[in-house]
Structure formats: C-alpha cells, structure tokens
Design a protein around this ligand. Structure first.
Ligand code: 0WD
Length: 254
C-alpha cells in the first residue's frame, strides 16, 4: 500500500525537470498523493504543464507569490477541486544575480526586499490562505540552505532571507500545531538547478562537498524528494518546527 494515498498536496516551485520541487513531486506521486502544481507566469506555463501532464490526475494552477490576489485565487481553486488539503511543499526562492556575488554589505534596499518577499514571506503568505483547507491536519515544508546559519561566499542576501524563512517555520509551527498542522524545512546540500546558476563559483562549492561530506558525494534531488515524502507522511507525525539536513552530512564537518 502507498503511504500518501488519499492525500492532496500543493507543490509550488517546479521550474523544469531539474527543480527540487519536481523530484519531490515524483516521490509524492510514487506514494499515491494527488498533486496540484503552480506556475509563476505564462512564460513557464507550457514547460510546467508538460511535466504535470506526466502525473495522472494532477492539477495545474497559476500563482505568482508576490501577488496577493493570485494566492487568494489559488486557495479558492484548491478548495473547489480538492476540498480538503493535506500538504504544502514550498520550493521557491529568488534574488537578483548582482546580489549573489561580491559583498553582502553592498545589498540594495530593493534587492533585500525582493529576496525576502519571494524567498521568505511567500511561505507565510500562502500558508495563511491554505491552512484553513487542512481540516484533517496537515504537513507544510519549505527548502532552505546552510547559508541561513553561516556567512557563505556569494550567498549573501539569500542567506539572510533563508534565516528569515527558517524562523518563519518555527513561528508557523507554533501557530498551527493546535490544528495538527506541522511545518518543517529541508536544508539541502548544493544541487545544480536553475536557481543554482545564479550563484557564483558553484562548481567549487560542489567539489568541496565531494571532498568533505561524510558520504563523499553531492546531494541528489531524489534524496530530497524522499525526505519530503517522509515529512508529508504519517511517519513524521511527531516532527514540527524542525530543519532536517539532506546534505550527505556536510554541515557537521564543512
Ligand atoms: O543547491 C540548490 N539548488 C539548493 C536549493 C540548495 C538548498 C536549497 N535550495 C532551495 C532554493 O533556495 C529554493 O528555495 O530549494 C528551492 C528550490 O530551488 P531549485 O529547485 O534549486 O531551483 P528552481 O528549479 O529554479 O526553482 C525555484 C523556482 C523558480 O524558478 P526560476 O528559476 O524560474 O526563478 O521558484 C519559483 C520558480 O518556479 N519562483 C516563483 N514562483 C512563484 N512566484 C517565484 C514567484 N514570484 N519566483 C521564483
């Protein structure tokens, strides 16, 4: 039997087939979950639709997380199609490339605000509109990185946004625990995706992980997907407000 059968789960952040959210979707679908995907705008709609179409029974809805009305519309569509929602996967981040090199001290006000709006506040903005649909309890998860805790080269404003995201996980977990809704984060090791393209010297970061991580290899998206499956399932029912590392152990030595 499948551990997520009968569960309706929202997955935000599929950009292409290398996206972490896409590997998460594969793991969730393999365990019988019914999925709703979102796309940011028309520019990426067809690419996401092609992927979503490979998972029978899945929904595809628009939502740019910087626009409140689009989040309202998304919540209404989920209520109409699913009725009850059981899970939410948030796998979204953005910063301008010029803020992802050089000094953090050079971060502009606009760049700081944009990175925090899309990468941190969006979790709270969406959660606020969808938790009322989690009438049977639920599991919410987001994606974070070690740069939230350490000052890492070039990660800059994104590290500060991830720190805000991780703190948001704890506050949301405390708020929503009374409804049996859990909120957690996965801190993944570096993975070559579209988002990673924005980060300077990404190759040398990957090399360092291969040398130093206890498991001597870099993180694969499927490893993150399977941990997400656990977080969406009954098996993680005692875990909330937590950051789980899926990094082949790098953070204990790096
Ligand atoms: O090494 C890595 N790749 C790691 C990524 C290590 C640890 C954590 N993460 C995090 C990222 O910070 C992000 O939160 O995982 C999450 C997913 O990132 P990803 O899978 O590496 O990157 P990608 O495939 O680019 O997905 C991020 C997507 C966007 O893609 P693009 O490249 O088109 O910006 O976030 C979505 C979009 O699909 N996104 C938005 N969605 C709705 N509204 C918005 C928005 N305004 N902005 C970005």
């Amino acid at each position: 039997s499948q551990i997520l059968s009968g569960k309706n789960i929202l997955v935000m952040g599929v950009a292409n087939d290398r996206s972490i959210a896409w590997a998460i979707a594969q793991s969730l679908a393999s365990q019988g979950a019914r999925l709703a995907f979102t796309y940011e705008n028309e520019r990426v709609e067809e690419r996401v639709r092609k992927l979503a179409d490979t998972i029978p029974g899945s929904l595809l809805l628009p939502c740019n997380v910087t626009v409140d009305e689009e989040i309202d519309t998304l919540a209404a569509a989920l209520k109409e199609h699913f009725g009850v929602l059981h899970g939410y996967v948030h796998s979204i981040a953005f910063a301008k490339t010029e803020e992802l090199e050089g000094l953090f001290a050079d971060t502009s006000r606009a760049g700081f605000a944009l990175a925090h709006d899309i990468s941190a506040y969006s979790l709270t903005a969406v959660t606020n509109k969808i938790y009322p649909l989690m009438t049977e309890g639920g599991s919410i998860m987001t994606m974070t990185y070690l740069g939230a805790e350490r000052a890492m080269k070039n990660y800059n404003v994104m590290g500060v946004a991830k720190a805000a995201l991780e703190a948001s996980v704890r506050y949301l977990a405390n708020d929503l625990g009374q409804y049996n809704i859990r909120v957690n984060a996965i801190s993944a090791g570096p993975i070559r995706t579209l988002a990673a393209k924005g980060i300077k010297d990404f190759n040398s970061i990957l090399r360092q992980v291969e040398e130093k991580a206890p498991l001597r290899r870099t993180t694969e998206t499927a490893e993150v997907g399977d941990t997400a499956m656990f977080l969406m399932s009954h098996f993680s029912r005692g875990i909330t407000g937590e950051v789980i590392y899926v990094d082949n152990g790098y953070h204990i030595v790096g």
